[in-house]
Design a protein around this ligand. Structure first.
Ligand SMILES: NC(=O)c1ccc[n+]([C@@H]2O[C@H](COP(=O)([O-])OP(=O)(O)OC[C@H]3O[C@@H](n4cnc5c(N)ncnc54)[C@H](O)[C@@H]3O)[C@@H](O)[C@H]2O)c1
Length: 345
């Protein structure tokens, strides 16, 4: 089978996860890196592959089947546009797809016009627990979806904020972390139609926010709340619940609850709560039913999916347009908080 030759633009924190995944997927080969940092050059020379100072140089000299873009968010638009103009046919860009609605719309349009497939790295969608939660809710396991409540709270370490770009709004927890939650909520519950929010900058005093509280309404009328902060130590976040991030401890504590007319579902370690009697009287005992799903490496699943898309065996799970809707809802949260009123999507 022909291998898929991949170029990586941006070999920082998340770029390393992509490299690990590429190394483990038999059909893929990392052919080159584009990153001006010393670390990237050292890594490339240790692997005996070229490291270019810019994506432009890499695209001029390498024949690539796909490019992965893992540069800081503010660069995504320029990097994706450059790859599309250079004739790339398959691009996997880190989330958020871009730093603004307009950039995301332009990427979607440029990709369509050029016949380029842009996938966006909302890797949580690859976890079987996400697909199972979607299936349970869509098939009525908890009845009519009434609401959802969740949180993502942790305290990132101080060196994390050393790069100036991580102190800016476009790298704050709304755009960096809430977008994962919004993307999964859209995936599992359906489209969001209204958001309102409050935020604070009570701890660090950077341009980026320290915490945000969100309320939302979905098109199916379900309502939702979400509390998110990168400044408070807590066991309640997706990463801690599942043990997704190899560098963070696993707590196993669920962070999201879906509430329906006939039951409730804890997430991401799925537990279905229902009354012991079909009548569902509130005096009946409520019984928890754990639902096991396989724990996978979503980055490997993502690269495997990229291979299938390049080989024409699968349609993209997360397209540029789809990811643009997650970005739009996420940016609306920030706008609603700053404006002090709800925003209709
Ligand atoms: N999917 C996820 O769960 C997840 C997790 C972390 C980060 N991310 C996303 O990945 C992106 C990068 O985040 P990170 O934490 O890896 O950042 P990082 O700072 O660790 O890495 C960015 C890398 O890009 C390189 N770079 C900067 N400008 C460049 C340029 N012009 N050309 C080529 N390379 C350049 C830097 O040298 C650095 O190595 C962000 O958009 C972030 O939102 C996604």
């Amino acid at each position: 089978m022909k291998g898929i030759n991949i170029g990586l633009v941006g070999a920082g924190n998340i770029g390393q996860r992509h490299i690990m995944a590429i190394d483990q997927v038999e059909e893929t080969r990392l052919m080159a890196i584009a990153d001006p940092s010393n670390g990237a050059h050292q890594q490339a020379s240790a692997r005996d592959i070229p490291c270019y100072k810019s994506a432009q140089q890499m695209l001029e000299r390498e024949a690539l089947d796909a490019v992965i873009i893992a540069t800081p968010t503010a660069r995504h638009y320029d990097d994706v546009s450059l790859c599309i103009s250079a004739g790339c046919k398959y691009i996997l860009v880190e989330k958020p797809i871009a730093a603004s609605d307009l950039e995301a719309t332009n990427i979607t349009r440029q990709a369509e016009q050029a016949g380029c497939t842009v996938l966006v790295a909302h890797q949580r969608r690859y976890y079987p627990c996400a697909a199972k939660a979607k299936e349970l809710i869509e098939t009525g396991a908890i009845g009519t979806l009434i609401g959802v409540t969740g949180q993502w709270n942790c305290r990132k370490d101080e060196p994390y904020y050393a790069p100036e770009w991580r102190r800016k709004t476009e790298a704050g927890p709304i755009l960096t972390n809430l977008i994962h939650e919004i993307d999964l909520l859209r995936f599992i519950c359906g489209e969001i139609k209204l958001v309102s929010a409050h935020l604070n900058r009570v701890d660090q005093g950077f341009e980026k926010e320290d915490a945000v509280a969100v309320t939302m309404q979905f098109e199916n009328q379900a309502v939702g709340t979400f509390l998110l902060s990168d400044r408070t130590p807590s066991p309640w976040s997706w990463e801690f619940a599942l043990g997704e991030n190899l560098a963070l401890p696993k707590t196993g504590q669920n962070a999201v609850r879906f509430l329906g007319s006939k039951g409730a579902l804890e997430f991401p370690n799925l537990v279905l709560w229902q009354h012991s009697e079909p009548s569902g009287h509130w005096q009946n005992e409520l019984l928890p039913q754990p639902i096991e799903t396989e724990f996978i490496d979503a980055y490997i699943a993502q690269i495997t999916h990229l291979v299938e898309v390049v080989q024409g065996k699968a349609a993209p799970l997360i397209t540029a347009h789809d990811a643009s809707l997650s970005l739009k809802a996420t940016i609306a949260v920030a706008r609603a908080a700053e404006a002090g009123h709800q925003i209709k999507l």
